[in-house]
Design a protein around this ligand. Structure first.
Ligand code: BDP
Length: 553
């Protein structure tokens, strides 16, 4: 919100109708745990909200913006359909100026549809005989290990702009303080663009739709984990007569480079310690909540973590903005979890490329985002799959040459034909759990050889993106047995210490930060219990162990 843009937040209670029954639902949140009748509901819920739009919006463009709707949305304004959108975890907008009544109440309705789709992204419903051992008979049947919630998961905003406006701001920095910006406008105009960073200013007279410029900050303060300094770039757009638009974007001066087997942040090696996470909490499901976010970052600091992966989809932008402020490093992941050989087709590639670009456009300016992960645990065993992954990599590289690009592998290198095109490989390995259950010491050698194989095969640095074990909080046994807190703490400690001896490993992320809701299946006791914190964020023994380990390093 600023002198040229107005903003109304539509969060709160929305009236919904499901099968002609009226139910109040809160936004942002999943519907499933708010209302037991809707727990395992897969279908359409119609959401409705009244909003007064001020008369002062005359001559402005009026927009609706949804941060994430799971998974399909059809939007109506005063009864007229204005937009259809598929895919959760990334935002979409619609311009609704022609459908609203100014100085009056207006009705916004959204049909939210979470029907599971075999060919969706991620592919939800399984085909017969698909799926991982132990998961085939799950309910609901999905290819991935987290509950397929439905609802309006992130904030909804109604906002106004001028007709001529700034549409995109991309900022690149160099450690010497050079700040380059690329501004895109909604259409070609003749005008002047004023850019300021504090007292520094630059003016550009232009005729076009894209404007580029740069400002040099003398003796810049670099964005570092222990001093995450942020600058603010303010862009003002003028035509010959007047100010048209204003946009402010924060950024950090920092550089991420993969050099040999090291990840360098501002020339200094950094070893990633942290977690794979989920957007998941009691009652709100996959809905964003500021308090949960603040709690999670507090716990990451408490335990001595420096990073997390947005497994297995892009998170709410608030998380990234907060990571910018907290100095936590983020691996931004696409929603492409569970891609398999049947998915490598042209029409799916078009959607995958669009998803990669949308995520990168949304998150490009966050200094906390140091790496992109384009998929989690795909099966890539065919020529088509290999080509598909090569194109995914090239699409991402064309958008951003400043960050390393990876994907997360589970199976052995011969089932990961795509990995040779990437800058580094992430590996998920569950020795002592799925592989050699109960045998922590006995499987250490196998784990060691497996990681070496990935490194040698790809000739790339390796990031262990998942390892760990389920532990039910309060369950203890001597000697440690699977599902006890002792077992989880021991497996993480021993495997972590092994990984630390390998100079090609640039980081390790424990799976997972907190317990999270899954579908129902024989291998899950309501939740996936691999969290080192419970779902309500209390530390298990493993959390205390990691705190000792990480804080002493
Ligand atoms: C990994 C998946 C993750 C699962 C985890 C597990 O990437 O989504 O939750 O396994 O089984 O393979 O706990």
């Amino acid at each position: 919100m600023n002198e040229k843009r107005d903003l109304i937040c539509l969060d709160g209670i929305w009236q919904t109708t499901v099968h002609n029954q009226a139910i109040d639902l809160a936004v942002p949140a999943s519907w499933n745990e708010q209302c037991s009748e809707l727990f395992d509901y897969f279908g359409i819920v119609r959401y409705k909200k009244e909003v007064f739009i001020p008369g002062t919006y005359v001559d402005k463009l009026i927009w609706l913006r949804f941060g994430s709707v799971a998974t399909k949305a059809t939007v109506y304004v005063n009864g007229t359909k204005v937009r259809y959108h598929e895919g959760a975890h990334l935002p979409f907008e619609c311009e609704i100026s022609n459908y609203v009544r100014l100085g009056e109440k207006n009705i916004i309705e959204v049909d939210v549809d979470n029907t599971l789709n075999t060919w969706g992204l991620p592919p939800a419903k399984l085909l017969e005989n698909e799926g991982r051992a132990g998961f085939q008979t799950s309910y609901p049947s999905v290819t991935y290990d987290f509950y397929p919630y439905g609802g309006i998961h992130r904030s909804v905003y109604l906002y106004s702009t001028e007709k001529n406006r700034i549409e995109g701001v991309k900022i690149d920095t160099q450690l010497d303080g050079t700040v380059r910006f690329r501004i895109s406008l909604n259409e070609k105009i003749q005008g002047t663009l004023k850019a300021t960073i504090g007292d520094l200013e630059c003016r550009i007279v232009f005729d076009g739709r894209e404007v580029e410029g740069s400002i040099k900050i003398e003796n810049p303060i670099w964005w570092e984990c222990d001093n995450p300094h942020l600058y603010l770039l303010k862009i003002s757009l003028y035509d010959a007569k007047e100010l048209l638009d204003v946009y402010e974007q924060s950024f950090g001066v920092r550089e991420v480079v993969l050099s040999g087997n090291q990840l360098l942040l501002n020339h200094k090696p950094v070893f990633l310690k942290g977690f794979g996470k989920h957007e998941d909490f009691h009652i709100i499901g996959k809905g964003f909540n500021h308090s949960v976010m603040v709690k999670d970052f507090g716990l990451m600091k408490w335990i001595g973590a420096n990073s997390f992966r947005t497994s297995h989809y892009p998170y709410d932008e608030e998380m990234l903005s907060y990571a910018d402020r907290q100095g936590i490093l983020v691996i931004g992941e696409t929603p492409f979890v569970g891609l398999n050989d049947r998915m490598y087709k042209e029409d799916i590639l078009v959607k995958v490329k669009a998803g990669i670009e949308k995520m990168m456009d949304r998150d490009y300016n966050h200094p906390s985002v140091i790496m992109w992960s384009l998929a989690n645990e795909p099966n890539v065993t065919t020529k088509e799959g290999e080509e598909f992954f090569k194109t995914m990599y090239e699409t991402a590289k064309a958008k951003d040459i400043s960050r390393p690009i990876t994907y997360v592998a589970y199976q052995e290198p011969e089932y990961n034909l795509g990995m040779k095109y990437f800058d580094l490989i992430c590996v998920n390995k569950y020795y002592g759990w799925y592989l050699g259950p109960g045998q922590i010491d006995e499987t250490l050698e196998e784990l060691s050889e497996c990681l070496d194989r990935f490194h040698n095969e790809a000739n790339q640095p390796v990031l262990v993106a998942e390892f760990g074990a389920d532990a039910i909080a309060g369950m203890h046994y001597d000697p440690p047995q699977m599902f006890t807190e002792e077992f989880q703490a021991e497996i993480i400690k021993k495997q972590y210490e092994l990984m630390r001896t390998k100079d090609y490993i640039i980081g390790t992320h424990v799976w997972a930060f907190a317990d999270f809701k899954t579908n129902q299946t024989v291998s899950r006791v309501f939740f996936n219990r691999k969290g080192v914190f419970t779902r309500d964020r209390h530390p298990k023994m493993a959390a205390h162990m990691l705190r000792e380990l990480w804080r002493h390093e």
